[in-house]
Design a protein around this ligand. Structure first.
Ligand code: MG
Length: 168
């Protein structure tokens, strides 16, 4: 059985911080504000994995008002979501990410993000896709006030793939 999950995340820019997307330090650009390292890409993938598992959302596992996660690497979040998927005896089929940002230019970092995400999820790079687009200067993204990341994942189970009760 195939199960699908989606995740969406938005963070505003904070030029005082480094920009980290998909676990990759994006050079020559201000970063994003957020409680953790503000890696919107890994947050969106985490939510997509939890969605596919029927296991809630990232905020239930890692509350943003919990000081424990202040400045945390988002690799912690995605690893936990991977564990939830593994515990329901499912395997991740593929991940597709869209980053919507007016700046910076992300194409030079696309392959590095793909490799980083694939490594975090123990997948061959061909099972991960990263796309980047702009809003042609429309809206808050177009004014370069923040970045949006969207992710969709498919997970495969041998069985009916019942979500684990009490997975939270
Ligand atoms: Mg977030």
């Amino acid at each position: 059985m195939i199960r699908i999950g989606q995740g969406v995340d938005v963070h505003p820019f904070d030029d005082a911080r480094p920009l980290i997307l998909g676990g990759v330090r994006i050079s020559d650009s201000g970063g994003l504000a957020g409680h953790s390292d503000a890696d919107a890409v890994l947050h969106a993938i985490t939510d997509a994995l939890l969605g596919a598992a029927g296991a809630g959302d990232i905020g239930q596992y890692f509350p943003s008002d919990d000081p424990k996660w202040s400045g945390a690497s988002s690799s912690i979040f995605i690893r936990e979501a991977k564990r939830v998927v593994r515990d329901m005896e499912a395997s991740i089929s593929n991940v597709d990410v869209t980053i919507i940002a007016q700046k910076p230019k992300l194409a030079p970092f696309r392959e590095a993000m793909r490799a980083s995400i694939a490594k975090l999820l123990d997948l061959p790079p061909g099972h991960v896709n990263v796309k980047a687009t702009t809003t042609d200067h429309l809206g808050f993204i177009g004014r370069a006030e923040g970045i949006c990341a969207m992710a969709i994942v498919a997970i495969a189970t041998d069985t009916a793939g019942s979500p684990i009760e009490g997975a939270l």
